[in-house]
Design a protein around this ligand. Sequence first.
Ligand code: SAM
Length: 275
Amino acid sequence: MCRVETTPAVDAAYGYEDLDDGAARVASRHYWDSEADAYQLEHGEFLGDADFVWSPEGLREADARLLGDVAGRTVLEVGCGAAQCSRWLTSQGARPIAFDMSSGQLRQARIKEGRTGVVVPLVQADATRLPFADASVDLACSAFGAVPFVAEPAAVMREVARVLRPGGRWVFSTTHPFVWCLPDEPDEAGMRIIHSYFDRRSYTEREADGTPSYVETHRTIGDRVRDVVAAGLELLDIVEPEWPEGETRVWGQWGPVRGEYVPSTSIFVTRRPAG
Ligand SMILES: C[S@@+](CC[C@H](N)C(=O)[O-])C[C@H]1O[C@@H](n2cnc3c(N)ncnc32)[C@H](O)[C@@H]1O
């Protein structure tokens, strides 16, 4: 659920760097503002206008029910993109609030709002500094929003834990940490270990003038568990969706060939302890 192309822009320099949160924010805003239209054109049909798809494997919240009962609940969607998940949540009787850092993605959300007639409160905000009060939402969710792109995912965990009411779930999908080692290819070419799983430097692309233009960050499975626990959350499950039998679709490095052997998505099901 990440970049539109699977290879960097022709003249972009790319590599692995220790990137701070500010630089990651600049890169993500640049990328998602400039690529929002192309991203929705390429993936909008698969994502639907009012559907909750957790990952390119096509796992839907309608089937997985990882958030539990959402009816009547206030649900915060983190890094919502065009807010497709929030529109589905509305259809289930929830009261979603969707936020994203990118004005390009929020503009796309408005376009889909016009198409569906489903209006969701949209907020422009950064997932590492949430403009919401303590214990103000019942549930929080994210389908590949913000988490794979921030240099300090621990800050996202802390912020979401802060705004969640006790007992509320925070469920987020992100790239499976294991695929950090592999080429960004969906077929046999993507089934070679070419990079260290333990290299936490960010994958970064830069414009000719040095401006960071795209970033993806990495945490190992252990890092993610520690970030969740350090934020005071309980870890209930890590779901690794399998590639559906007979599905031939490809999305970047996600596809049937590699998908038969390795997971490419991880979904963390967490909860702020009750009481
Ligand atoms: C892959 S899209 C996921 C959105 C949607 N669920 C989807 O599947 O299209 C990633 C989204 O995360 C947003 N994002 C990246 N960094 C963010 C941050 N620090 N705070 C809030 N949103 C962020 C991007 O603007 C983008 O809309």
